[in-house]
Design a protein around this ligand. Structure first.
Ligand SMILES: *[C@@H]1O[C@H](CO)[C@@H](O)[C@H](O)[C@H]1NC(C)=O
Ligand SMILES: *[C@@H]1O[C@H](CO)[C@@H](O)[C@H](O)[C@H]1NC(C)=O
Ligand SMILES: *[C@@H]1O[C@H](CO)[C@@H](O)[C@H](O)[C@H]1NC(C)=O
Ligand SMILES: *[C@@H]1O[C@H](CO)[C@@H](O)[C@H](O)[C@H]1NC(C)=O
Ligand SMILES: *[C@@H]1O[C@H](CO)[C@@H](O)[C@H](O)[C@H]1NC(C)=O
Ligand SMILES: *[C@@H]1O[C@H](CO)[C@@H](O)[C@H](O)[C@H]1NC(C)=O
Ligand SMILES: *[C@@H]1O[C@H](CO)[C@@H](O)[C@H](O)[C@H]1NC(C)=O
Length: 829
């Protein structure tokens, strides 16, 4: 392992190559004369031509809300502008956000179609756009003068700061554009705008006379930036994993700077579009964490070192920070925010994200100290922006060090400074922080859904809780319950659950929701009315009563055995556990019904979301029901020293993993190749690979080296999650991705099976340590970290393996269904 010192030595030779200045021109919406014009852009991007000119969008100052509480962003969708000459849909709204929600309402009501993460049926819309129906689908009431809706909360927000690593790290503008369209339709009007913020930080530290190396050494690689921003980690380590000259430590610094430049350009496009679509940005703020070298520049200021995070080696954690009560904190807050605004060509928002203690222990826990800390931070923000809203994620409060007394003092400090924070209760469905804080002591807060830590992919939801809990909490704290959101860490999963939560603000919080009817309408939108047959509806109903009816106390989605280091006992309960918590026989029945339904349709006509579901539910059955059962029989064989039995079940496990790998590789949302490709293409997120250039230099940074650096980030995040093969976050953000199963998990299982055979043959005990199992797998994994996808046989570099998902599902269903039925009942197989 390179020491800190030698890293610096390498880097010094590369200084000449550091960042080139960018000239940025941002279009601002101030220049756009018509605030509804951007909505036409959304329509044109998403809908077929015959829909391009049918919408009359109109901002109106006042629409009587449907209930006194549903008074924010009110819209009315009507046929008032219909002419004999064709459909004209009038969408009036009190804001652009309201118009976006109104557009979604029209699409849902009139065409039974919607945009979700995993598909849409917009290409199937009727050629002649239908009028708005008179019948309200969810109340069955006849409405003739237009459908009026409004939100009962002013803020609908999206995402979690870590999603900027787990999900968005490598997105290009095209992908962001689509997500922003989705946000508009989903009614989202508040979003952390975290992309590219290192550009501002870098410039500020330069102005404080830090050298390029001192600054760049502070930044992590692209996939890990969210945790660097929160003071959990610092520095990057990919050169230790890749070990090639082109990805040396010195070149890594160059690549990081190129990355920061291009991300900043991307951020300008995101901000401009957010402004057009009326999505308020929660801007990055100075959070206090700084490069170590800053200490020497301010000898009189108080610096501290944050607690070590997740057992990372000290070099990459224990981040230096400026004491929040030191005048330097306020000074740097001012400098950072002013510089950010200037570099953003004047872009303004009053929301600032500032997480002081995310998974960190405060250095002082006395009420006085905590109080003066939050008073100082609030004052610092106010000194730049008197209307500043301090947005924070309440996740930190889950640490038991936050006694009621400490928590109260933390919030009291803001009150002292007349602060108006906005608190994102990050996981209200499972770890509600509002409870222990009496609804955050009267401060504005939002209720959020989060269950996919690190991007867990299992089928999961808590429908009974979701249908009731947000409204209950709202009724308890009507004055300060100001938002609802999904703070998911990755997307492309459980669409029903997320769209359900995002629909809640637009309903009457005093009316019970009929979940069954709501799900039926979702299925019609997803598959199309003609394919939402009773069989399909029944399958969804079964899923809704099992995987989507998790108990309130279920802490998170599950991990499957495949994502864990193989061992004799692999059942883990609780957070990210592997234990089964739903009736698998019912899920297997739902699987049968979905597959049978698909086989009755012609392949080409199956909507993409249906294909996604087929892959997804098949994945769930193969990995959550069959694999544990095969594993149990394998271990039985070992316990009986029955080598033949081990061989039999070992072969079946290998064949199951290979089958699952092929299945997952057929869908872009489950494809490791697509993930790697996205990472490599992110060298130019705005212009799509066309303009990345390198100056010649002795250390020779190359485009290939840059791409390997990005690939290494992408590989590391979903496997080792850090520099070490044995880190505490190892396999935390594991993925059920085709390509990852075959290249990363399968070798572990093959070794495990072989070692059990050998131990059984010798009639001796086996443990992970007795047979040096971990060490041997780690050696293989270290090689894997340095590989380039596509260079080994069988590794496709396309987004999918080009095989038809439905065909693979049919084949796997035929092969595994009987085993699945038996395994689901808990019988030995
Ligand atoms: C709707 O029609 C009215 C006249 O009936 C017209 O004044 C108005 O401009 C139209 N609205 C839009 C947004 O085109
Ligand atoms: C009727 O529709 C056509 C095509 O959309 C348009 O060119 C024409 O101006 C419309 N006529 C009237 C009277 O609105
Ligand atoms: C940075 O250098 C300039 C010019 O030497 C000096 O005026 C300024 O005080 C220095 N700032 C810090 C923070 O050291
Ligand atoms: C809920 O909707 C379902 C399906 O439309 C219907 O059968 C059921 O009667 C409804 N339940 C209530 C309580 O209205
Ligand atoms: C990049 O451009 C190529 C060719 O123009 C296109 O095929 C590809 O889809 C684009 N990729 C992305 C990620 O936009
Ligand atoms: C990983 O292994 C190294 C070297 O054996 C050791 O120093 C370190 O503490 C281990 N890390 C964890 C998180 O166990
Ligand atoms: C793991 O393997 C390395 C060499 O590959 C060896 O030096 C080390 O002692 C092994 N560790 C254990 C615990 O066997």
């Amino acid at each position: 392992m390179l020491t800190k010192k030698s890293t610096l030595g390498f880097a010094a030779t590369a200084l000449v190559l550091l960042q080139t200045a960018l000239v940025l021109v941002i279009p601002t919406s101030a220049a756009s004369p018509n605030p509804t014009a951007p909505l036409q852009g959304v329509v044109q991007r998403l809908l077929p031509t015959s829909y391009h000119n049918i919408f009359d969008f109109q901002i109106v100052s006042d629409i009587t809300p449907p209930t006194p509480e549903n008074k924010y962003d009110v819209y009315r969708v009507s046929n008032a502008n219909a002419t004999n000459n064709g459909t004209h849909i009038l969408i009036e709204g009190t804001s652009v956000a309201a118009l976006g929600a109104g557009l979604k309402y029209y699409l849902e009501q009139a065409t039974e179609a919607e945009l979700t993460w995993t598909g849409n049926r917009f290409n199937e819309l009727p050629q002649t756009p239908p009028l708005v129906p008179d019948l309200e689908l969810d109340t069955n009431q006849v409405v003739t003068t237009g459908h009026v809706r409004g939100s009962f909360v002013p803020w609908r927000y999206y995402t979690n700061v870590v999603s900027f690593g787990y999900q968005f790290a490598f997105w290009n503008w095209k992908r962001w554009e689509r997500e922003l369209d989705w946000m508009l339709l989903s009614g989202i009007n508040l979003l952390p705008a975290m992309v590219g913020q290192e550009y501002v930080a870098r410039q500020m530290y330069k102005s404080l006379n830090l050298t390029d190396v001192e600054i760049d050494d502070f930044f992590t690689g692209p996939a890990f930036m969210p945790w660097q921003r929160m003071g959990n980690i610092q520095g990057s380590w990919n050169h230790l994993l890749t070990k090639t000259p082109a990805t040396s430590a010195a070149n890594e610094l160059i690549y990081k700077n190129k990355w920061i430049d291009s991300q900043w350009e991307l951020q300008q496009m995101i901000l401009a579009r957010m402004q057009e679509l009326d999505i308020t940005a929660i801007l990055p703020a100075f959070q206090g964490f700084v490069p170590r070298a800053l200490v020497s520049k301010f000898p009189d200021a108080v610096f501290k070192t944050s607690s070590a995070w997740s057992a990372f080696p000290e070099e990459w954690t224990t981040v230096t920070y400026v004491s929040q009560t030191d005048p330097l904190f306020s000074q740097l807050t001012t400098q950072y925010l002013q510089l950010q605004q200037q570099l953003n060509n004047g872009f303004k928002s009053n929301f600032y994200l500032l997480d002081l203690y995310n998974e960190l222990i405060p250095d002082c826990m006395t009420p006085e100290c905590l109080k003066s800390t939050t008073t100082s931070v609030t004052n610092a923000l106010h000194s730049v922006d008197k209307d500043a809203v301090w947005a924070m994620q309440a996740w930190f409060l889950l640490n038991p060090v936050w006694t009621p007394e400490a928590t109260e003092a933390y919030f009291a400090g803001m009150r002292e400074a007349n602060g108006t924070p906005f608190i994102i209760d990050l996981a209200s469905d499972s770890y509600p922080a509002w409870e222990a804080t009496e609804g955050f002591y009267g401060y504005d807060f939002g209720w959020s859904l989060l269950s996919d830590y690190g991007g867990l992919q299992g089928l999961f939801g808590k429908i009974p809780t979701l249908l009731t809990n947000p409204y209950e909490v709202y009724k308890q704290y009507p004055a300060n319950f100001k938002g609802m959101g999904v703070t998911t860490e990755t997307i492309h999963q459980n669409d029903y659950i997320y769209q359900l939560v995002l629909s809640l603000p637009w309903r009457d919080p005093n009316q019970a929701i009929n979940g069954t009817a709501d799900l039926e309408r979702f299925v019609r939108r997803r598959y199309g009315p003609s394919k939402a047959t009773p069989l399909v509806q029944d399958a969804f109903n079964k899923l809704s009563k099992t995987v989507w009816s998790a108990d309130k106390d279920q802490e998170s989605q599950s991990k499957s055995f495949i994502e864990k280091m193989p061992d004799l006992d692999m059942l883990v309960a609780g957070f990210m556990g592997t234990e089964s918590w739903y009736d698998e026989t019912i899920v297997v029945q739902a699987w049968n019904q979905l597959v049978q339904s698909a086989l009755q349709e012609h392949n080409g006509l199956i909507p993409s979301a249906f294909k996604f579901d087929l892959v997804d539910v098949t994945r769930e059955v193969l990995l959550m029901t069959i694999l544990p059962a095969l594993h149990e029989s394998l271990v039985d064989g070992y316990k009986a020293y029955d080598v033949n039995k081990i061989k039999t079940y070992g072969r079946q496990i290998v064949s199951l993993i290979r089958d699952t790998d092929r299945l997952l590789s057929s869908n872009v949302y489950f494809s490791f190749s697509a993930w790697i490709r996205e990472a490599k293409e992110s060298i130019d997120p705005v212009r799509n690979l066309s303009q990345v250039t390198f100056q010649a230099a002795p250390s020779k940074p190359t485009k290939a080296g840059y791409q390997q650096f990005l690939e290494s980030n992408a590989r590391d995040l979903v496997t080792w999650w850090g520099p070490e093969s044995n880190g505490s976050l190892k396999d935390y953000a594991s993925k059920q991705y085709g390509g990852l199963l075959s290249s990363y998990y399968l070798p572990r299982w093959q070794l495990f099976i072989k070692q059990l055979e050998q131990a059984a043959d010798a009639k001796r005990p086996w443990t992970q340590t007795s047979d040096n199992f971990l060490n041997l797998t780690l050696e293989r994994e270290a090689t894997w970290q340095a590989e380039i996808w596509g260079q080994r046989g069988g590794e496709s570099t396309e987004n999918t393996n080009g095989q038809e998902s439905v065909e693979i599902v049919r084949e796997l269903w035929t092969r595994w269904r009987d085993i699945a039925i038996r395994a689901a009942t808990g019988a030995k197989i």
